[in-house]
Design a protein around this ligand. Structure first.
Ligand SMILES: [Zn+2]
Length: 889
């Protein structure tokens, strides 16, 4: 065997009576007793890189034939049998399969029909070498699934295996580079429907036992994290587009809502497929394209080939959606569709390169959606979709590089975040700019063509590009892909020229956080230099403006300004191209000018960059929050671009709740509420009015404002020009409860009655204790999150924590802060990929006080052995608290 890390808890596992284990195995165990564990060289928990590498060398040609029995009741276990066929090249070695389940869930095991006795260690089933000759082998295993990745509800379940959870449901080789053809058969209650990666081949009801047997076609080779199925009470909707049949499975009970959205959903899929076929030169690689709209899905979407999952609310938009909501849906559909090529057809060899599939999905999505939204400024949109969120991580002491090491697959979930989804597309855009778009596309085509239905790693793509590009891509990658952080680029006027100077923001951050929680083991200085092909600088002398293009490849660059007016400009703003990346600090004169004139800049992209830069100034303590709030509020009614208006509304909410001391907030509230209602009255479209109404619901705290929202909720007042949707009504009801209106419980009861969709009713029922005026009920709900069972519905839990820790209530419940932080490591182990950071963001989001900041600092210092990835997330999530509390001191 390869040299595995000895597993300290290797145990002599002994199956007890399991639901699917036949008597023969019992007999064998009784006769043979407990097998020795192999001299302390058993594989440890999870899938270590060494185990994956060894298996990739010795196992090939894998196929899974899976049979699962899905019972009608959630309490009964899912049972199954899998036949795993493969070519085995490691005669004399044990075969390690992955199954993350208690030993008593393993049933009979055979090799080519002969019963064998496996060794069971945590997370693995080991077939001894003597039972396996080299050649084509078939191992069958009976098993009972754990529910960890099956998302079981009373009349619905769905498998979500990314990144390493297939092995919680069935025995597999859990690693992305052992792709397999998968055949699936499901036995389900007669009233249910089901969907899987392969097309439905047959549905057999002949047994007469109220159970139907469904068989699905064998898939093309796919990685285990892409295996899926969903079953339960589902409705189907089928459409033809471009010669292809799409079927959507959903549970939406509002037929008008489905009808309103269905055409757009199918059109967007067909457009995305056509675009990707053209760009890649490769036809859609899988046999069918079905989609599943999952209520309260934990992600926006998941790219299972043949059965793409989406969060139902992301597909079925409410009446009169805003333009950003429509764009968001189109981007999501394009993202998941791009994965069919980037991720599903060609897959990362190991999850350290999971960013590659995400970067190309986002990068392609940004292009795919352009033709469907000709009225949108797509350069602006790219900036808004990426920079602010990426900066939100990169400016913190917990920032991570795009490409991260991964020693064990069980930690793969911790790799996901804004750096992968938002920074990486910016960096990839810069690479395309540097090498040219046709070279870039040809490199991608060569890469996809060479590895189709296989695996590749980032160095494979670097090599493909390096061979044709006029740039040292490997050297570029060492900074932009392999290091965290961003440059600080200062720009100053130098008599007819602008002078750009870059430093490494990391170094300043390390200096600032010396003696306080910083990046563990980080060097004191790095002095990295970040090459950028293009940084546009806006200069203004009164109403006269110039934009110069700078190229910053080393420490500094100097660019002459043609026809410059006399004297120094009164505004210097760098980064207005919307693709360059970094902290671009303002000098004092520029800051004052920009605060007064940001709203008047054109084009809209310049305004978006201006507001982003002003936000950074506030975060760095160089601009009072109140000044930014007032400027954003004043700009909102006149802002012509909806994306910038959304940005402004976000600035208003963020500064209002987190950066204003409570007394200031109460003092400015009447003025803020009035300003937002005025902006709503003047907004040109129902979508924009609706978006502003959402901001009003968020910020309203004056008695008059609350009374008005209550009248709207009671339908005694109908705002003009936009529909108050069910989701808005629910947000009002929840907001009224958090604000402690006297008849909050009656309002919530009535709100529950108004909901017709059972999934939305269930969410509100879950949320009720978080909205309660009774602190004991709130505490009791919070305590339930300490147990895995209490955290199963992650999107509901996040909504509940958001309500429990609302800024109006958080400081009074500061006792919950430390227990929330203490749960983070466990949540990292048990939760889905976005849950740990989202948990920390929700838990910390309501706080702004120095006392809360001290609790976080003490917690970090008291836990030097914290998992570094969790520590990084905690530093990310607490960064704004640190800055806001400093501003309040
Ligand atoms: Zn994705």
């Amino acid at each position: 065997m390869p040299s595995f890390r000895p597993a300290p808890q290797t145990r002599c596992a002994r199956p007890v009576a399991g639901p699917v284990r036949p008597a023969l195995a019992v007999l064998l165990w009784a006769v043979l007793g407990c097998h020795p564990s192999g001299g302390g060289r058993e594989p440890g928990p999870g899938v270590a890189r060494a185990l994956a590498d060894a298996r990739a060398r010795t196992v090939s040609g894998v196929a899974y034939d899976v049979t699962l029995d899905l019972p009608a009741t959630r309490a009964a276990p899912v049972t199954g049998r899998v036949a795993i066929s493969f070519d085995w090249a490691a005669a004399g070695e044990d075969l390690v399969l992955d199954f993350r389940a208690p030993a008593d869930l393993v049933g009979a095991v055979t090799v080519d029909g002969d019963t064998v006795v496996p060794r069971l260690v945590p997370d693995h089933i080991i077939v001894p070498a003597r039972a396996l000759a080299a050649g084509h082998r078939t191992v069958t295993i009976g098993f009972t699934s754990t529910d960890a990745a099956l998302n079981r509800q009373d009349d619905f379940l769905y498998a979500l295996f990314v990144p390493d959870r297939a092995s919680t449901a069935l025995p597999v080789f859990e690693q992305p580079d052992l792709k397999a053809r998968v055949s699936l058969a499901l036995t389900i209650p007669a009233a249910w429907d089901a969907v899987a990666n392969g097309a439905l081949v047959s549905r057999d009801s002949s047994a007469g036992d109220g159970r139907h047997r469904l068989r699905f076609a064998e898939t093309a080779p796919i990685s285990t994290y892409l295996i899926t199925f969903a079953a339960g009470r589902l409705q189907r909707l089928t459409a033809e587009r471009g010669g292809r049949t799409f079927t959507m499975f959903h549970r939406e009970t509002d037929a008008r809502r489905v009808a309103r959205n269905a055409d757009a959903i199918f059109d967007l899929h067909a457009q995305a497929i056509a675009w990707l076929e053209r760009y890649t030169g490769i036809p859609y690689p899988f046999a069918k394209y079905d989609l599943v709209a999952v209520p309260a899905f934990q992600f926006g979407g998941m790219e299972h080939p043949g059965a793409v999952f989406y969060r139902a609310d992301a597909l079925f938009l409410e009446e009169a959606p805003s333009r950003p909501q429509e764009l968001g849906r189109a981007s999501l559909i394009a993202h998941e569709t791009a994965h069919m090529w980037f991720g599903d057809l060609v897959t990362m060899r190991w999850f350290d390169d999971v960013w590659m599939k995400e970067v190309f999905a986002n990068f392609m999505a940004a292009r795919i959606t352009r033709p469907a939204f000709p009225d949108v400024d797509h350069a602006l949109r790219f900036f808004r979709d990426h920079h602010a969120t990426a900066y939100g991580v990169d400016r913190t002491a917990g920032a991570n590089p795009i490409r991260q090491d991964l020693a064990n697959l069980r930690d793969a979930g911790s790799l996901y975040g804004a750096i992968i989804y938002q920074k990486a597309p910016v960096v990839m855009q810069q690479l395309e700019t540097a090498v040219g778009d046709s070279v870039f596309r040809d490199g991608l085509r060569a890469y996809l063509g060479a590895h189709r239905f296989g695996n590749a790693s980032w160095p494979d793509l670097v090599a493909a590009l390096d061979s044709i590009a006029p740039l040292d891509v490997a050297a570029w990658s060492r900074t932009w892909v392999e290091q965290p952080g961003r440059p600080t680029v200062t720009v100053r006027w130098d008599g007819g020229r602008v002078l750009l100077q870059q430093t490494d923001e990391w170094d300043a951050l390390q200096a600032a956080s010396a003696g306080s929680p910083g990046r563990a083991g980080a060097p004191a200085t790095r002095a990295l230099r970040w090459p950028q092909e293009r940084i546009d600088v806006l200069l203004a002398w009164g109403a006269t403006t110039r934009v110069v293009h700078a190229r910053l490849l080393a420490d500094s660059a100097s660019v002459a300004v043609e026809d410059a007016p006399p004297g120094a400009p009164d505004l210097i703003l760098a980064g207005v191209d919307g693709q360059s990346y970094g902290r671009f600090p303002l000098d004092d004169a520029s800051r004052a000018t920009l605060l007064a004139r940001a709203a008047a800049l054109t084009p809209a992209l310049h305004r978006a960059v201006a507001w982003q830069t002003l936000h950074e100034e506030m975060l760095d303590g160089r601009l009072p929050a109140r000044a930014l709030l007032e400027a954003a509020l004043a700009a909102l009614p006149g802002e012509p671009d909806e994306l910038v208006a959304t940005q402004l509304a976000g600035l208003v909410r963020g500064t209002y709740w987190r950066w204003l001391p409570d007394a200031t907030r109460r003092a400015v509230a009447p003025h803020v509420e009035r300003g937002l209602w005025r902006a709503l009255d003047g907004a040109p479209t129902p979508g924009r009015k609706g978006a502003l109404f959402g901001t009003i619901v968020s910020v309203t705290i004056t008695p008059d404002g609350i009374a008005r929202l209550e009248r709207i909720w009671r339908r005694q007042e109908v705002p003009r020009g936009f529909p108050v949707t069910e989701a808005m009504m629910q947000a009002i009801a929840e907001g009224l409860a958090i604000r402690g209106v006297p008849d909050a419980e009656a309002i919530l009861d009535e709100q529950a009655r108004r909901l017709t969709n059972p999934d939305r009713q269930a969410r509100l029922a879950f949320l009720r204790p978080a909205l309660s005026a009774d602190p004991a009920r709130r505490d009791s709900l919070f305590r339930s999150f300490a147990h895995l069972e209490g955290r199963r519905r992650e999107s509901w839990v996040l909504d509940a924590v958001g309500a429990l820790q609302h800024p109006l209530r958080a400081e009074a419940a500061i006792g919950r802060l430390e227990p929330s932080l203490a749960l983070a490591e466990e949540i990292q182990r048990t939760g889905d990929i976005f849950f740990p950071l989202n948990w920390l963001n929700a838990a910390l989001g309501g706080y702004a006080s120095p006392a809360a900041d001290s609790i976080v600092r003490r917690f970090v210092q008291a836990h030097p052995d914290m998992d570094p990835r969790v520590r990084g997330k905690l530093l990310q999530a607490s960064d704004e608290l640190r800055r806001a509390s400093a501003a309040r001191r």
